[in-house]
Each structure stands twice: as structure tokens, then as C-alpha cells.
Design a protein around this ligand. Structure first.
Ligand code: SF4
Length: 83
């Protein structure tokens, strides 16, 4: 299974939460913007404006649907080692 990384630009996120219904690893944070559920992540690296989480599971399609649903393109999904 390919490893993949989800990146969430919290600076771009507008709190519309289209992502949450596509992939339940996205959660609403107290500040009204989205985050990625840390417990489900393997190596979560929160920074001031960007959150990344790397996964090695069969849920790549869910993440890609969430990214496609985001109206401000705040989510990107990168597959590792499969370019
Ligand atoms: S869909 Fe995009 S803008 Fe809306 S909460 Fe998710 S990341 Fe933020």
C-alpha cells in the first residue's frame, strides 16, 4: 500500500467543513478551522499554519475526495514513492 501524506493549509482553510463528511480524519478545531485527527496519524507535525499527517493505509481515496471537495484547495494529498 502506498504511503501518502495529507497536508492541510490552515491559513487557507475557511471552516466550510466539506472535508469532514468525505474523510472523518478531518476534524473541527476549537478555532473553527479544520485539523487532521492526530490519533489516526502516523507522524503528525502541526506547525503554525500547516498540518501534515502521513498514513500507510487503504484510505487514500477518502483523502483525495476530501481534497477535491475543499472549495479553497486547502488540502493536498501526496503519494510517496509512487511518482
Ligand atoms: S473543506 Fe477546506 S476550507 Fe472547509 S474545513 Fe475542510 S479544509 Fe477547511
Amino acid at each position: 500500500m502506498p504511503e501518502y501524506t495529507i497536508t492541510l493549509d490552515r491559513g487557507a482553510c475557511d471552516g466550510i467543513f466539506a472535508c469532514l463528511v468525505r474523510d472523518d480524519r478531518f476534524v473541527e478545531r476549537e478555532d473553527g478551522l479544520a485539523g487532521i485527527e492526530g490519533e489516526a496519524a502516523d507522524g503528525t507535525e502541526p506547525t503554525e499554519a500547516t498540518v501534515t499527517a502521513t498514513f500507510d493505509d487503504d484510505r487514500l481515496a477518502d483523502a483525495e475526495q476530501a481534497a477535491a471537495a475543499c472549495p479553497v484547495d486547502a488540502i493536498s494529498v501526496t503519494e510517496e514513492g509512487n511518482l
